[in-house]
Design a protein around this ligand. Sequence first.
Ligand code: AMP
Ligand code: MG
Length: 339
Amino acid sequence: MNRVLVPLELDASMPMLGAQAHCLDGQTMGTTWQVRWVAAGASPSELVRVAVQDELDLVVAQMSTWLESADLERFNRAPAGTWHTVPEAMAEVLAAALWLAEISGGAFNPAAGALVNLWGFGPSPRYTDPGFTPPTEGAVQHALALNDWRALQWQAASRQLHQPGGVRLDFSAIAKGYAVDRVSRRLSGMGLPHSLVEVGGELRGQGLRLGGQPWWVDLESPPTAPGQAPLPTTRVALHGLCVATSGDYRRVYTHDGARWPHTIDPRNGRPLANGLASVSVLHTECLWADAWSTALTVLGREQGLALATAHGIAALFVQREPDGRLTETLTPAMKELAG
Ligand code: AMP
Ligand code: MG
């Protein structure tokens, strides 16, 4: 049995007669991007590539933890007691991240960079490096003391951020979604309102694809244990809608293969071990889909379900039970989309 999710609001504008499908892809943020769009006549491919690259480069230049010159990395290296002017895009993401940190009780934490690095999920050392050893208890405690987002003084109006000393920002759980939103808006601004934008498995669909259908995307479930029937495939109409997935298993759309959880529980300083295989979130903004999917993954099924429900978030939890069986849980907003 399969499940079909369709947004509650439909936009009636159709791609013009004679429209053609176009596709471009590339690499960014240690992963891949892909843009599909529908437009009439000759393909403005090169213009689109330049525009997409421009948006992705802006996000990387401000918010990458992999680029020494990024504004975020400069903040991370800055001496204690210094104030920094945060560029506009980074300020937008920071404000969203701080809000979610507050309401998730620190399950989502944009200041968890010291912990992320310690467990080898940052640029270096990588947990995959030969000889990498998990951190000692003392090192975990030290990094835990540095991951207090409340210790950050943020003056939104003047975009001033204070480095209290040793705090390392990490926006990797939210920046991909934000980049997807920027690319999608940029395309609309260029007169291309029918597009599907993807960065590293986070997607945003606007308008319709060729033939007047919405952009259909399948969220594939993790493989079930022997003896358990496969879980349903969830098919989503990304029509003014975004989807992001977090967890120890991600298989969205054309992406295959499992991935390890690079997610830390910033409340205890350790990698997640709550049995969640994946959490997918649907939202009209990909920034929020991305951030919420990480937050809910850290919170786990019970706490996550309660918080998502309270905020009207459409989420699908796939839990690996102690006996190896997979179970799915949908929030009320997700059930509503499923009709
Ligand atoms: P995502 O794939 O969106 O769930 O983001 C995972 C990435 O976000 C990791 O690779 C880390 O860089 C960072 N991260 C890990 N744990 C957290 C957390 N609890 N809150 C915010 N960011 C995190
Ligand atoms: Mg995320």
